[in-house]
Each structure stands twice: as structure tokens, then as C-alpha cells.
Design a protein. Structure first.
Length: 67
């Protein structure tokens, strides 16, 4: 891993999977087909969203730390 959070330098991170609506009819009917992994710093709260539908989403913790 790299040096830690780009905002505060800490290495204490959390990770959650979330779903969100899109626009148009999916928003109107609350269809949540956009899936993301959120990696966040437990110290300062800085967060990054990663699209779960891409092959590059493998180890998002490494991406968060700039790896």
C-alpha cells in the first residue's frame, strides 16, 4: 500500500457497497441499478466511489491509497 489517505495520511479505512438511482425513469421509480464501492478514511471521512461494474475495480483499497 502507498502512504495512506491523500487528505490526512492515515491508514485506517473502511469500505461499503452502495446502490444509487440514475436519471429519468430509474430515478422516478427508485430503481437502483448503479452499484459502487465506497472506500473512506475512518480518520477524516474522505471518500472515493468506485464503479463495481468495471473490471478495474479489483482491489479498491489499493486505488484509494494511490497504488
Amino acid at each position: 500500500m502507498a502512504d495512506g489517505c491523500i487528505k490526512c495520511g492515515q491508514n485506517d479505512v473502511g469500505q461499503k457497497d452502495v446502490s444509487m438511482t440514475g436519471s429519468g425513469l430509474s430515478k422516478m421509480f427508485d430503481v437502483q441499478h448503479n452499484k459502487f464501492t465506497v472506500v473512506y478514511c475512518n480518520n477524516c471521512g474522505y471518500s472515493e466511489f468506485y464503479n463495481k461494474n468495471t473490471s478495474a475495480a479489483g482491489n479498491v483499497i489499493d486505488f484509494f491509497f494511490g497504488g
